[in-house]
Design a protein around this ligand. Structure first.
Ligand code: HEC
Length: 134
């Protein structure tokens, strides 16, 4: 029975994602270029930074500025109201079907712990606040 829970979660995320592609089209039209920060990372976020660099930066870039393999998070699409902390916990667990961009699918990320992910979200939210996204 419990095997259905992830499927149900995934299905509801997928459904939400369809409705929010309309939203992202609207946002993309008004998007400003990503402003990555050069500010010193506060101590409370250095663990998150290290975990992000280890597990996420290969695609999402240093300081989450994006690469050819994945989007920046310094973008209004990923602000807390639109992609809540929960999506940052679920995406690495479930993988993500490409829907906002043309980078392809995000695979499941192996080896990253729940604690790492909590720290990673804290770090990403801090980076976003530096860019005025909150
Ligand atoms: C192998 C490349 C790759 C790695 C590594 C990767 N991602 Fe992604 N990620 C992607 C791509 C590509 C997308 C964009 C999919 C789309 O919307 O088109 C994405 C999208 C996301 C999204 C948005 C999900 C949604 O619902 O729209 C989140 C959140 C995310 N990634 C978090 C992470 C975190 C946290 C890590 C590290 C633990 C990580 N990613 C590592 C490639 C990657």
């Amino acid at each position: 029975m419990t095997g259905w829970i992830p499927i149900a979660l995934w299905a509801s995320l997928w459904f939400l994602n369809i409705s929010d592609s309309f939203m992202s089209a609207a946002l993309a039209a008004s998007a400003t270029p990503p402003a990555s920060t050069t500010a010193q990372v506060p101590n409370e976020y250095t663990k998150g930074e290290a975990a992000f660099n280890r597990y996420c930066a290969a695609c999402h870039g240093k300081v989450a500025a994006g690469t050819d393999h994945g989007p920046t998070f310094i973008h209004r699409i990923y602000e807390p109201n639109h992609h809540g902390d929960q999506s940052f916990l679920l995406a690495p667990r479930m993988g993500v079907r490409a829907h906002h961009w043309n980078y392809g699918d995000m695979p499941k990320i192996e080896g990253v712990s729940d604690e790492d992910l909590k720290q990673i979200v804290g770090y990403i939210r801090w980076l976003q606040r530096q860019a005025g996204i909150n």
